[in-house]
Design a protein around this ligand. Structure first.
Ligand SMILES: [Zn+2]
Length: 270
């Protein structure tokens, strides 16, 4: 069985001492690819270094909306960004490494943590979308409490030119439908085990538009245990149960979605 985690943060300090066993557990569970996402200038560099650790690790480089503004002083475990990111410089850095990366991410907008710079967030996100189209990479989008605004910008700027992956999408049902009709992919985290929102999302979205992720170490489905890539096996089981399919069929289809989005696309356009 081939499983995939399309978004996590294994560069987090919580993995400093057990990265090898975390990767081994993922392999034992059937995980064949893990995309580690950068969030700012320093963490993009960290991710590029980290993946040298094991060929199962793949890369997406990004500019997290809160980091872009230089407002991540509350961050623990991954590098903080205490001054605004020079967006054009960061694009240059990402472009220089484009042959090594599968996607642009984590990018997007976050109106939950930042209540005051929404116009600026929109302006940055538009630039990020234009950049993703220019270098022909799928885009992994964080849209916390900015789901509708993200869809507006994605619809205008991406317009089918590169795949869009909505990471942990918390939008209401009408917005799920809109994302689905736009042909976007939705990632499902292991917290689906207890989250009725993700269960609803899986009911509404066809299997060919679903992917699995963990956002590890965050969003663990288990109390007092950090999240890790091996837990995608739990997500696959739950998706299979909701869709009335076997675990095998579900895993195969999601792996196929992964190769369509991140690998075929790469071959098609580069
Ligand atoms: Zn994340």
């Amino acid at each position: 069985m081939n499983l995939v985690d399309v978004h996590c943060h294994l560069n987090h300090a919580l993995f400093k001492d057990d990265i090898d066993s975390v990767i081994q557990r993922a392999k034992d569970a059937g995980v064949k690819s893990i995309i580690v996402s950068g969030t700012n200038t320093e963490s993009n560099k960290q991710v590029l270094e980290l993946v040298k650790h094991d060929p199962i690790l793949n890369i997406s480089l990004g500019i997290h909306p809160i980091d872009a503004l230089g407002l991540s002083e509350g961050e623990t475990g991954i590098p903080k960004q205490l001054k605004p990111i020079n967006i054009e410089e960061e694009f240059k850095f990402i472009e220089k490494n484009k042959s090594k990366i599968l996607a642009i991410g984590e990018v997007g907008m976050d109106f939950h943590w930042d209540k005051t710079h929404h116009a600026e967030q929109k302006e940055i996100f538009r630039k990020v979308c234009t950049f993703a189209v220019r270098i022909k990479k799928p885009i992994i989008v964080h849209a916390w409490e900015a789901e509708e605004e993200c869809l507006d910008i994605l619809e205008a700027e991406i317009n089918g030119k590169v795949p869009v992956i909505l990471h942990c999408f918390g939008g209401r049902k009408a917005l799920i439908t809109r994302g689905k009709e736009l042909g976007y992919y939705f990632t499902v985290p292991p917290s689906i085990l207890k989250s009725s929102n993700f269960q609803t999302l899986v009911k509404k979205v066809n299997l060919h538009q679903l992917l699995t992720e963990t956002d590890a170490p965050w969003q663990s489905p288990l109390k007092d245990t950090k999240n890790e890539p091996s837990f995608v096996a739990k997500t696959i089981q739950k998706i299979a149960e909701i869709k009335g399919l076997s675990v095998q069929e579900t895993a195969e289809k999601i792996w196929e979605n992964y190769t369509d989005v991140f690998l075929s696309h790469l071959n098609k356009h580069l």
